[in-house]
Design a protein around this ligand. Structure first.
Ligand code: C5P
Length: 406
C-alpha cells in the first residue's frame, strides 16, 4: 500500500520568515510519508533556521546559496526543478512573492522556481499590512493567473503581536493542499463522491443525547482517499474530534434525520455514496424541551426507529436520483459474513465493508481495521489488518474499478 507521497520528489523552498521553524515539521512529515524531500533555503531563511535542521529530518542535503556558486552551480537549479513532482514554498515572504511574480531569479530558490515545470504551491507568511498591501495583492493575482496555487495565509496572532491575515498555514493543512494537487489527475478525477462519517446524536433533552462509539476515523480516511484519487468530495459528518480533509466540502449534521436530508440532497446522481457513518437505529420518540431533573425520578425513554438512510436511498423511485454506486458498512459482533451479506442485499448495495468489532485492533476509535469486502456479485475479499487510511485506499480502488467508464 502506498501513500500519495510515496516516492514523490518534493522541493521545499524556505524563505526568511519566523514561520520557517514550522517548515521543519512539514519536511519531517513529508519524509515520514515516503517523499524524497529536497530543501532549498534562501539566505534570509538561513538566518532563522539552519540547513542542518532540514538535513536531519529529511536525511538529504539541504541546498543553500553556497551551492548556487559551488561546483554544480547552473545545473543544480535546472535538475532540481525538472525532476520535482511539486515545489512548495513555505513560508513564502512578500518579497519572494514579488520576485516570483516578476520573474526575478536572484537566488537558488527563485532560479529553481523559474526553471521548474511542476505545480507550485505558495504558503504566504507575512505581517497583515504587507499581505493586504496592493502591491502584494496584485502580485498574488498575477501568480494565481499564471496557475500557481496559494495555500493560505490563515488568520490569527502574528509575530509582530498584531492579529490578522498573514499567518502561514499549519503543516497538517499544507499537507492537505499538497495532496490535492498531487491527486488531481488520479483514478477518480472528475467523479463525485459523497462520504458520511461519525456517529449521529439523538437528543433526549437539551443537554443529553443517545450516540455511539464511532470516532469518524474510517469515514474521514475514505474522504481523504477519495480526494487523493482526484474526486470531488462532499463529507457529511456527525460530530467528531477530527479535522476535515483539505478540499472536502463539509456538511455538519447531528441527527439521523438531518443526515438523511443531507444525503438525499447531496447524493442525487453522484458517482458513489460511501455510507461509513454509524447512524442511530433508535431515537427518543420526543426530546424533552427542558433539561430532565434527577429529582423527577428515574425516567423511561420511549424510543422509535430512526430513518434508515440507505434503505431510503435504495428505495428512491427515480433512477437518476440514486448514486451510481452505493457502499455500506457493517459493524458486526457475530456472524460477520452472514449478517453483512444479508444487509448487502436488503439495502441494495454494490458493496459492503464488514468489520468485526469484537477484535481489539479493529472497529471503533482505533487507527487500524480488519475488514471483509462483500460485493453484489457475491465475491468476498478479506483484507489483512491495515491502517484505516490503507483500508480506505483499497475501498476507493474497488469503487474506481466498479464505476462505468465516464
Ligand atoms: O443495519 P446496520 O445499521 O448495521 O447497517 C449499517 C449500514 O447502514 C451503514 O452503512 C450505515 O451507515 C447504514 N445505516 C443507515 N441508516 C440507519 C442505520 C444504518 O443508512 N438508520
Amino acid at each position: 500500500m502506498s501513500s500519495i507521497f510515496t516516492s514523490k520528489h518534493i522541493l521545499l523552498g524556505i524563505t526568511g520568515s519566523i514561520a520557517a521553524y514550522k517548515a521543519a515539521e512539514l519536511a519531517s512529515r513529508l519524509t515520514q510519508e515516503g517523499a524524497q524531500v529536497d530543501v532549498i533555503l534562501t539566505p534570509a531563511a538561513e538566518r532563522f533556521v539552519a540547513p542542518l535542521t532540514f538535513q536531519s529530518v529529511t536525511g538529504r542535503k539541504a541546498f543553500t546559496e553556497a551551492e548556487l556558486w559551488g561546483g554544480e552551480a547552473h545545473v543544480l537549479h535546472v535538475g532540481l526543478g525538472h525532476s520535482a513532482d511539486l515545489l512548495v514554498i513555505a513560508p513564502c515572504t512578500a518579497n519572494t512573492i514579488a520576485r516570483l511574480a516578476h520573474g526575478i531569479a536572484d537566488d537558488l530558490l527563485t532560479i529553481t522556481a523559474l526553471a521548474a515545470r511542476c505545480p507550485i504551491i505558495i504558503a504566504p507568511a507575512m505581517d497583515v499590512g504587507m499581505y493586504t498591501h496592493p502591491a502584494t495583492q496584485e502580485n498574488i493575482r498575477l501568480l494565481n493567473e499564471r496557475g500557481l496555487h496559494f495555500a493560505g495565509p490563515g488568520e490569527g496572532r502574528m509575530a509582530s503581536g498584531l492579529t490578522g491575515k498573514g499567518r502561514m498555514l499549519e503543516p497538517a493543512e499544507l499537507l492537505g493542499h499538497m495532496r490535492l494537487i498531487l491527486g488531481k489527475n488520479g483514478k477518480l478525477a472528475g467523479r463525485k463522491v459523497v462520504v458520511t462519517a461519525g456517529g449521529t446524536q439523538e437528543p433526549i433533552d437539551p443537554v443529553r443525547v443517545i450516540t455511539n462509539r464511532s470516532s469518524g476515523k474510517q469515514g474521514y480516511a475514505l474522504a481523504q482517499a477519495a480526494l487523493d484519487a482526484g474526486a470531488q468530495v462532499t463529507l457529511i459528518t456527525a460530530p467528531t474530534a477530527l479535522s476535515a480533509p483539505v478540499g472536502a466540502r463539509l456538511i455538519e449534521v447531528r441527527t439521523a434525520a438531518e443526515m438523511l436530508e443531507a444525503v438525499l440532497a447531496e447524493s442525487a446522481g453522484v458517482d458513489a455514496l460511501l455510507m461509513a457513518a454509524a447512524v442511530a437505529d433508535f431515537r427518543p420518540k420526543k426530546a424533552a424541551e427542558n433539561k430532565l431533573k434527577k429529582q423527577d425520578g428515574i425516567l423511561q425513554i420511549e424510543l422509535e426507529a430512526a430513518p434508515d438512510i440507505l434503505e431510503t436511498v435504495a428505495g428512491q423511485k427515480s433512477r437518476k436520483n440514486r448514486p451510481c454506486l452505493v457502499v455500506g458498512f457493517a459493524a458486526e459482533s457475530r456472524d460477520l459474513v452472514k449478517n453483512a451479506s444479508a444487509k448487502l442485499s436488503s439495502k441494495k448495495l454494490d458493496m459492503i465493508v464488514a468489520n468485526d468489532i469484537t477484535a481489539p485492533d479493529s472497529g471503533f476509535a482505533v487507527n487500524t481495521n480488519r475488514v471483509t469486502l462483500l460485493f453484489k456479485d457475491a465475491k468476498v475479499e478479506s483484507l489483512p489488518l491495515m491502517s484505516k487510511a490503507e483500508v480506505a485506499e483499497v475501498i476507493l480502488e474497488r469503487v474506481a474499478g466498479m464505476l462505468p467508464k465516464a
